[in-house]
Design a protein around this ligand. Structure first.
Ligand SMILES: Cc1cc2nc3c(=O)[nH]c(=O)nc-3n(C[C@H](O)[C@H](O)[C@H](O)COP(=O)(O)OP(=O)(O)OC[C@H]3O[C@@H](n4cnc5c(N)ncnc54)[C@H](O)[C@@H]3O)c2cc1C
Length: 471
């Protein structure tokens, strides 16, 4: 089916209005829209200021906030700052990795591109945000060939949770890192790579801020080329039948299965020499609003909701959405609609079976869900806590609108993804224990021993990290 996403969202929104006025007008649209969750107080009883993550579910009141301007200053601070000492990037993790009532530390002032060498290896200060890295690399004729959905993360924060994009032959961000500098809780400054402190390098590439503070990173890059982005719809079965081929064919490919519609949205990005045709205004918000509206109107009847969605969406055929631009402008896009998210990384061969089960479960039991389910591919790497070790992985991500309940992710979705051999994204919702991680990660004990040697007093660990990492 050839349907542009923009026409779909217009159709869905308009159609829902029409149907609402043509007989369903008495149905209370707001029935399923939950109120805004209450915000925590801005100050705690000690007058410490609130810190909160992007989705709003994690928060704390750090007694000290630090923003060092150099590695030496940072090393001095780490020796005496009150524990737990937690680094924060953009606060875009859903798990309680950052909250601390001790020290919250940002590297916003240790940021910027340092150099790009003749082999295209880029060295940058690790507080640098991905949206600043794109243009800085472009100015040197270089680019990242893979980026996450959004680009506000700090580089250190992104690699610390194994943040990834999509592409059968493309690794997660940490998989392209060839060297990094770590400042430990004792104030030691360690340069690490495959040849210098190799054990620390293997552990620190994905380390949840538990080994020390990463201040500098060297990463592989590719020559800067424009990228052709295409978005198109398929039926669910067609999308699944063609997905493997699409992953083989396109540099970056992903698809979203849209619950209660029988449809999938495909997104492909490929290098091109064609002139730029920039993307129009952001449309994801309208698209999600239309899906939410369909839920609000027809959430009480799954067959009716599917019937309306399938007929509305397939009635509006047109060309696929197309754009050509610099890769960093197209690979990541803004996500103004807030949500909570669970994502697991599964052996690639299990991805579709898991998707079928997850979709069937949502459509049978959770009519409140309207966000699309995201499917990506990631090439393997060997960092000790990389969820992608052991072969190509397929990720599956389920989102819950920020006003809606997300407990079903733990009760209904996590068991399916675990049964299919998944490892959770370190920054996204999961309820796994130290014993689960020990089973999923062959180098778990080595990571533990190394962490103990770098920070024997466990000053870098907050309560959540103590639960999963401490002795
Ligand atoms: C809207 C949205 C879209 C997303 N899209 C994707 C996606 O496409 N792909 C994907 O894989 N993930 C995605 N994520 C998850 C996100 O990329 C990760 O959670 C990432 O870790 C967030 O980066 P951050 O800079 O916000 O780090 P934070 O969440 O602030 O911190 C993450 C971890 O890094 C540690 N850390 C931060 N700085 C340092 C440092 N200098 N040294 C050592 N440790 C440090 C923190 O202590 C913490 O443990 C998304 C999240 C959101 C909210």
């Amino acid at each position: 089916m050839s349907v542009s996403r923009r026409s779909v969202l217009t159709a869905a929104g308009a159609g829902a209005v029409v149907l609402g006025g043509a007989g369903f007008g008495a149905y209370k649209v707001a029935t399923r829209e939950e109120p805004e969750p209450p915000a925590p107080p801005i100050l705690d009883k000690h007058d410490h200021i609130l810190w909160r993550n992007w989705s709003g579910i994690q928060y704390s009141y750090p007694q000290l906030r630090l923003s060092p301007t150099s590695e030496d200053q940072l090393a001095g601070m780490l020796k005496s700052a009150p524990a737990p000492i937690r680094a924060v990037g953009a606060g875009h993790s859903f798990m309680p990795l950052v909250p601390t009532d001790g020290t919250l530390l940002t590297l916003d002032q240790i940021s910027g591109l340092v150099s790009v060498d003749g082999d295209g290896l880029a060295t940058l200060k690790a507080g640098m945000r991905l949206d600043a890295l794109g243009p800085a690399l472009q100015a040197r004729g270089r680019a990242m060939n893979n980026l996450p959905d959004i680009n506000v993360q700090s580089f250190a924060g992104a690699i610390s949770t194994a943040t990834h994009g999509t592409g059968k032959r493309l690794r997660a961000l940490h998989g392209n890192v060839t060297a990094l500098r770590l400042v430990t809780a004792k104030g030691d400054i360690l340069d690490c790579s495959a040849t210098s402190n190799p054990e620390v390098f293997n552990a620190a590439r994905v380390s949840l801020g538990s080994l020390g503070i990463i201040t500098q990173v060297t990463t592989k890059t590719v020559p800067a080329k424009r990228v052709h982005r295409r978005v198109w719809l398929d039926t669910f079965e067609d999308a699944l039948a063609k997905a493997e081929d699409n992953w083989n064919k396109h540099r970056n490919f992903e698809f979203y299965a849209i619950p209660f519609t029988g449809l999938c949205a495909n997104i492909a990005n490929d290098e091109t020499d064609r002139p730029a045709e920039p993307r129009g205004p952001e449309t994801d918000t309208d698209f999600l609003d239309a899906l939410k509206y369909l839920r609000n109107l027809f959430g009480w009847s799954t067959p009716l909701r599917k019937f309306v969605a399938e007929n509305l969406l397939s009635a509006y055929g047109s060309k696929p959405e197309d754009a050509i631009d610099d890769g960093w402008k197209l690979l990541s896009t803004p996500r103004p609609t807030r949500f909570n998210e669970m994502e697991f990384h599964l052996p690639a061969e299990n991805q579709f079976a898991a998707l079928r089960e997850v979709l069937a479960t949502i459509e049978a039991k959770r009519p409140d869900v309207f966000f699309p389910i995201e499917l990506r591919r990631i090439a393997t790497d060997d960092a000790w806590l990389s969820p992608f070790q052991g072969g190509e992985h397929g990720s599956l991500a389920v989102h819950a609108y920020y006003k809606d309940d997300y407990e079903f992710l733990f009760a209904l979705i996590q068991p399916i993804l675990l049964r299919h051999g998944g490892r959770p994204h370190w920054g996204k919702l999961n309820a796994l224990t130290a014993a689960d991680f020990a089973r999923l990660y062959p180098r778990w004990k080595d990571f533990h021993d190394l962490r103990m040697s770098l920070d024997p007093e466990e000053r870098m660990l907050n309560p959540y990290l103590k639960k999963i990492l401490a002795s």
